[in-house]
Ligand binder design. Structure first.
Ligand code: HEM
Length: 249
């Protein structure tokens, strides 16, 4: 009995020290908040609209452009190399394809990047230069999220917007990952193999909480933009002024 207890405690301490366990624990509360943003609730209720999804794709483009450029540039860094999986995870090309589907060939001139998204990408570029080990926190937050809840959200989005043949939904598809669950296990073990000083580890954990916070702010910001544009549309209709075509709709 006593030995059993000891073994159990030793095993617990082992996992407690794993970065993958610690990062999940410290971001647990933020994950709940992210899931409960208006935008994510629309997804979960099967009510995501085309304006919401298009604007989200614009933000994801800016975010993944910064994240993937910084990961590429730092791919030999000891904290980045073990979790560098561009063939399996890179999202930028998929997002470009989706943007072209929704906005047409000149999508680059049409996309809208809200202020909170700019702040997020700015942070990514800053840490890419100053603290590349923090990129791990951001890669974890986005890619493991995309491989988890993201998979369900993709199927919901397809139904909500009645999209056919995966059109506009490349972002959610990971053709290079045959089993998201197995891949997540591999990713976690790679995260746990990264050697970090106590200070660096704390920095990474703090950065993961920040990464969630950036995402929450992006969702809130773009939801606000949509509400404002809806209100403008409403008030211009009630005042029977000509309705200005919104770039978002
Ligand atoms: C994991 C759902 C939004 C980041 C998960 C898991 C589910 C889930 C079911 C798997 C949990 C497990 O395997 O133990 C959802 C739903 C969301 C949502 C329904 C919104 C509608 C987000 C957002 C982010 C995010 C916005 C970050 C930007 C993550 C991460 C994991 C995860 C990093 C991996 C946790 C780990 O195993 O360490 N999510 N999620 N999720 N999600 Fe979400």
């Amino acid at each position: 009995m006593e030995t059993e207890k000891k073994t159990h405690t030793a095993a617990e301490q082992m996992t407690d020290r794993d970065l993958s366990e610690q990062i999940k624990k410290v971001t647990k509360e933020s994950h709940v908040r992210a899931e409960n943003t208006e935008l994510m609730l629309s997804f979960q209720r099967g009510k995501v609209t085309l304006p919401q999804y298009k604007l989200l794709l614009c933000s994801l483009y800016e975010i993944y452009q910064a994240l993937e450029e910084e990961l590429d540039r730092n791919s030999d860094h000891p904290s980045v190399a073990p979790i560098y999986f561009p063939a399996e995870l890179a999202r930028l090309k998929s997002i470009e394809k989706d943007l072209e589907y929704f906005y047409g060939q000149d999508w680059r001139e049409k996309i809208v990047i809200p202020a909170a998204t700019k702040r997020y990408s700015h942070r990514l570029r800053q840490i890419g230069k100053e603290n590349p080990e923090f990129l791990l926190a951001h890669a974890y937050t986005r890619y493991l999220g995309d491989l988890s809840g993201g998979q369900v959200l993709g199927r919901i989005a397809q139904k909500s917007m009645d999209l056919k043949n995966g059109d506009g939904l490349s972002f959610f598809a990971f053709p290079g990952v045959s089993s998201p669950n197995l891949f997540k296990q591999l990713y976690r073990s790679r995260m746990n193999s990264v050697e970090l000083t106590e200070e660096e580890r704390n920095g990474v954990l703090e950065e993961a909480v920040r990464a969630f916070e950036f995402n929450i702010q992006v969702f809130e910001d773009l939801q606000k933009m949509l509400t404002v544009s809806d209100n403008n549309l409403q008030s211009s209709m009630t005042q029977s002024k000509p309705v200005k075509a919104s770039t978002l709709h």
